[in-house]
Design a protein around this ligand. Structure first.
Ligand code: URA
Length: 217
């Protein structure tokens, strides 16, 4: 990740001055050097996630795929293009939200992440949530859903929000699921359309202002 400010030109100030890194930048550096599970030995790049440090909305997918592993950025393949369409349907661009994954390194051949891999990566998502302090967490797919709704089924709870500790949790199907099962496209579109209203209804919080600032209305 790029630092939040540029280096000061050393020739002007007569000394070298390294810029302070934002908390999120330093967290990203930590994530990028993680070797806590087997996935580290097979990855091309770590994919910590990206977006503004204090995004109101945090989207959480499953794990990087081939393209994400090559680029070090989340959701840059076909599923990402559909996610961008879904965001556009509520007047959002991807750079206005934070996009992360449950697992930060690509499982070989895009296999499902193993329980041990999910467990050793858990701390990174916890820290991201602590730093970003999102108003709303949108889970994309089963792996991300069970992190917040253990024992529940995506077929039953997708599109239904729950508020806990001042955060709205909103489970959705994974955009990639709609690429394999066309009927889920409509479901994902309908669920995404609920996001602006949910954010606006955040009780006494400033959800309405947040939604307006994001240009959703
Ligand atoms: N699928 C995910 O869950 N995450 C990505 O970053 C890309 C595809």
């Amino acid at each position: 990740m790029t630092p939040s400010r540029r280096f000061i030109d050393a020739s002007l100030v007569g000394c070298y001055h390294t810029d302070e890194m934002s908390t999120l930048d330093s967290l990203n550096h930590e994530i990028e050097s993680c070797t806590d599970c087997e996935l580290a030995s097979q990855r091309t790049r770590v994919v910590p996630g990206e977006g503004p440090e204090h995004s109101s909305i945090l989207f959480i997918g499953e794990a990087p795929g081939f393209h994400e592993d090559q680029e070090g950025r989340p959701f840059v393949g076909a599923a990402g293009r559909f996610l961008e369409q879904l965001l556009a349907s509520i007047n959002l661009r991807r750079d206005q939200v934070f996009i992360a994954n449950v697992v930060k390194c690509r499982p070989p051949n895009n296999r499902d992440p193993l329980p041990g891999e999910i467990q050793s990566c858990r701390k990174w998502l916890d820290k991201q949530i602590e730093v970003i302090k999102p108003k709303m967490i949108v889970t994309l797919g089963r792996y991300s859903m069970v992190r917040f709704f253990p024992g529940e089924s995506i077929g039953k709870i997708h599109g239904k929000a729950r508020k806990r500790d001042s955060i709205i949790y909103f489970p959705m199907y994974h955009p990639a699921a709609a690429l394999h099962q066309g009927s889920l496209r409509q479901t994902l579109k309908a669920d995404m359309l609920k996001v602006p209203e949910l954010l606006a209804q955040m009780g006494k919080g400033d959800g309405g202002t947040q939604a307006k600032q994001l240009g959703m209305f």
